[in-house]
Ligand binder design. Structure first.
Ligand SMILES: C[S@@+](CC[C@H](N)C(=O)[O-])C[C@H]1O[C@@H](n2cnc3c(N)ncnc32)[C@H](O)[C@@H]1O
Length: 286
């Protein structure tokens, strides 16, 4: 079995300003189609009104930012804020092509940035708030981006134990590579899975009226219409764990690819690979 322990630090770093941003961009349409149902549920929860001002934190390629621009209309405004220059460039281009005038994108670290339009009425983030190395000061900064009485709506993944689409992929990979257990709450997709921790973060930042809704549904690994082979390639090319797999050599890579294909063969329906997922839709008042 290959030993990947000495490379875990790099895995945990989630270098969104550089490699992770490029990786997300290279698979942007697949990622966005996988999490579209959660985006729609969070947008329904937020229920934006005309004329509101909104900041979309960690906006990525800007799909949710464009939806919000439509919901707040020309008397409203939305800012997409993201640390990845590559994703901000694509988000700008997609908004330009959509002909949206009430939208702006800014490259910045949401842990410290204060966009010129702040304070906003609303703050939104689909899976963009789990990567802060120092979450307490970062969430205090998010609070400062909002006016008093403003509202936050974010989605975060529930714990990996409740997300078979990730838990089972990692279990397959662990059969081939010796991975140390991830540190609890370490920056990453599952950093904000524990409700008590999220409540403490939000309360410490000055938020109140904190509510959680569970979203449960399917993750179509590799996007709707994927087959077992394309889903396995998506995991190895698009997800950060793929770096460790590649670094373990071509034989290990091939063995993991084949094991993932077998996993996805057991989790198929007519519309592709389909595995269970759970996220929290969180709202709070500033
Ligand atoms: C999982 S992606 C989600 C992208 C987008 N919200 C979506 O749902 O399509 C996480 C995003 O958060 C951004 N991000 C991570 N850390 C950030 C930070 N400190 N400040 C701003 N953006 C950040 C990444 O660049 C990436 O675009």
């Amino acid at each position: 079995m290959a030993d990947a322990g000495d490379r875990m630090e790099g895995l945990a770093a989630h270098d969104w300003a550089s490699e992770a941003g490029k990786r997300w961009l290279a698979q942007l349409d697949r990622f966005e189609s996988m999490i579209e149902p959660i985006g729609k549920a969070l947008l329904d929860q937020a229920a934006y009104s005309a004329s509101e001002t909104v900041v979309d934190v960690g906006c990525g390629g800007g799909w949710t930012t464009r939806q919000i621009a439509g919901a707040v209309g020309n008397t409203g405004f939305v800012l997409g804020l993201d640390i990845s220059p590559d994703l901000v460039g694509t988000a700008q281009e997609r908004a330009r092509r959509a002909g949206l005038a009430n939208i702006r994108f800014e490259r910045g670290d949401a842990a410290t940035a204060m966009p010129k339009e702040a304070p906003f009425d609303r703050l939104f983030s689909r899976f963009g708030s789990m990567f802060f190395p120092e979450p307490y000061p970062a969430f205090a900064n998010l609070r400062r981006m909002l006016r008093d009485g403003g509202r936050l709506d974010i989605s975060v993944w529930a714990p990996i134990a409740e997300n078979p689409w990730q838990r089972e992929v990692m279990a397959v990979i662990k059969r081939h590579i010796d991975l140390p257990a991830p540190l609890p709450r370490a920056p990453g997709p599952f950093a904000l899975g524990e409700q008590d921790y999220v409540i403490d973060l939000l309360q410490s930042a000055g938020f109140s009226d904190i509510k959680f809704d569970a979203w449960t549904g399917d993750q179509r690994v590799g996007g709707p219409g994927s087959n077992s082979e394309s889903a396995a390639s998506f995991v190895l090319d698009g997800m950060q764990i793929g770096d460790l797999v590649r670094a373990s050599g071509s034989e290990v890579h091939e063995a993991i690819y084949l094991s993932l294909v077998q996993l996805f063969d057991r989790n198929r329906d007519d519309d592709g690979v389909c595995m269970g997922a759970k996220a929290w839709l969180v709202s709070a008042r500033s």
